[in-house]
Design a binder for this molecule. Structure first.
Ligand SMILES: Cc1cc2nc3c(=O)[nH]c(=O)nc-3n(C[C@H](O)[C@H](O)[C@H](O)COP(=O)(O)OP(=O)(O)OC[C@H]3O[C@@H](n4cnc5c(N)ncnc54)[C@H](O)[C@@H]3O)c2cc1C
Length: 479
């Protein structure tokens, strides 16, 4: 058993961003993740909005980390080469009574020090976004609001952390933790034991359970489900800006927004559920999403829907983020209740947490830290000349596997070969978009399975869509 300086539980955007920040210091760092890849929890299924920060309650941790986090995105997305765009957002009001809420949001923007917010009339909004409903009376415009590809950002963080020395172990569900002589002894479901000085609890919806194994100060996370539909890129003209409705007690309401790749995302609902892992969509949820989204954009085309999904918010009863060392368990650093705006806040949460942990362990700087990570080269972004050059270097760039998103064999192989690399169909999809298009893997599944089989030395029967028992084939018909 290696004695670690730091073990991080969870490789969502919070765990992976902290891992990357901590790799700026000299330390043995290990990430334990119960799934078979990074970004398999809430981080893969959310709206992907880098909120400007006008919504969060002033003086809360949510407000602080959101505003500071959003400022870090432009530079971070360049260093780590992940998709991010400052596209601007509206909060739409459909009645004169809505003005009170808009004014409250403007006041929060002022108190949270968010620049670039103003109230525009319905006509001014429609001049910028012609598909917005004629019933919109006015709205708040936030020019600094952005969009990000959350799973690509998480993968970029993890790859950069790994290239700077952080180790990741997957399929490691932490089931028991206790302390012995100031060290945490961690047991995983497969019977392995780990030892560490500092334990970082970034387990998302399960972060209360991790804390409650050790601390007398108990937390209680409620999983709040949000369901979505996604429209084909053909409908990217619908809106260039993110269109929110007025917020409610349960959250920011149903939005219609472009994604970084030109799809239109519509959702989410907000419903408290008892199971913290089940992300099924439901007819009721999806109907609610559609009905409410039509209020903002009446011309939304139902035939444009290519897929649906849902994510679970880690809602903590006390409403705010918990980002701190535990008061009664020395060495336990908690990240609990990181619901929205957790994605927007992640870079600032990571920077703050890493500094706290480095101070606690008195870590020295890692002078070899390299902040740069390059994304996989996509043939769909290349000019004809660049493509010819790429094919000259490696003919697999000329072999298109996913026709909807134009993804080559070379890209898929690189997605599998990187660290941490893809080990199933969804891992490939999140890294290079093979299967993200209109046919939703209808045509490319067998081809990607062949590549996974060859690269990972698996049999076809071993290959899964998303780990666990999500096998694609049972065996040969002739057998
Ligand atoms: C519907 C919805 C919409 C949202 N929209 C936005 C938005 O637009 N903008 C924004 O800023 N935020 C948004 N959020 C919030 C944002 O998605 C989250 O704050 C963020 O993804 C949380 O990341 P995380 O790393 O804490 O959690 P996760 O991504 O869930 O990662 C936690 C990881 O811990 C692992 N884990 C759990 N238990 C164990 C264990 N016992 N052992 C080992 N590993 C374990 C899990 O497998 C998981 O991979 C939204 C959330 C939802 C659900």
């Amino acid at each position: 058993m290696i004695m670690e300086d730091i073990i991080i539980i969870g490789s969502g955007i919070i765990g992976s961003s902290i891992a990357r920040e901590l790799s700026k210091y000299k330390a043995n760092i290990l990430v334990l993740e119960k799934n078979n890849d990074v970004s398999c929890g809430t981080t893969k299924a959310n709206s992907g909005i880098v909120h400007a920060g006008f919504d969060a309650k002033p003086n809360s941790k949510k407000a602080f980390f959101n505003v500071e986090g959003a400022k870090l995105y432009p530079n971070l997305s360049k260093e780590l080469d992940f998709p991010f765009k400052q596209n601007g957002a509206f909060v739409l009001s459909f009645s004169k009574e809505g003005r009170k809420t808009l004014d409250e949001l403007m006041e929060r923007a002022r108190l949270n020090n968010v620049k670039g917010c103003k109230i525009l009339s319905g006509d001014e909004i429609r001049k910028m976004e012609p598909n917005v409903s004629s019933l919109v009376v006015e709205g708040l415009y936030a020019e600094t609001s952005g969009i990000v590809s959350p799973y690509e950002m998480c993968i970029a963080m993890a790859e950069n952390a790994a290239s700077n020395g952080v180790r990741f172990e997957f399929n490691k569900e932490v089931i028991n933790i206790h302390k012995e002589n100031d060290l945490f002894i961690i047991k995983t479901l497969d019977g392995k034991k780990y030892e560490t000085k500092v334990l970082v609890n970034a387990a998302g919806c399960h972060s209360d359970e991790i804390n409650n194994m050790l601390s007398n100060h108990k937390y209680h996370i409620i999983a709040r489900k949000g369901e979505y539909v996604l429209l084909d890129k053909e409908y990217s003209y619908i809106s260039k800006k993110t269109l929110f409705q007025l917020p409610t007690k349960m959250g920011k309401g149903i939005l219609v927004s472009p994604t970084c790749h030109g799809n239109i995302i519509v959702g989410p609902t907000a419903l408290d559920v008892s199971n913290k892992d089940l992300t099924w969509t439901t007819p009721d949820g999806l109907n609610e999403v559609w009905k409410k989204a039509l209020i903002s954009v009446p011309s939304l085309p139902k035939g444009g829907i290519i897929t649906q999904f849902s994510g679970l918010r880690a809602h903590e009863e006390n409403e705010d983020f918990i980002v701190s060392f535990s008061e009664d368990v020395k060495g336990l650093f908690n990240l609990v209740g990181i619901e929205s705006p957790g994605l927007a806040s992640a870079p600032a949460i990571a920077s703050y947490s890493a500094k706290e942990i480095a101070n606690y362990l008195k870590l020295e700087n890692n002078l070899n830290f390299n902040p740069i990570r390059k994304a996989i080269k996509h043939i769909s972004h290349m000019t004809d000349d660049e493509l010819k050059e790429a094919i000259k270097e490696n003919k697999e760039y000329g072999h298109v596997i996913c026709r909807c998103e134009v993804v080559s064999e070379a890209e898929i192989k690189e997605a599998i070969r990187r660290t941490p690399g893809a080990v199933d169909l969804d891992g490939v999809k999140r890294r290079v978009r093979a299967g993200m298009g209109r046919c939703q893997m209808g045509f490319c599944t067998p081809k990607i399975m062949e590549i996974l089989k060859e690269e990972l030395g698996l049999s076809m029967e071993d290959i899964t869509k998303r780990g666990n028992k999500s096998f694609i084939v049972e065996g040969r018909i002739k057998d």
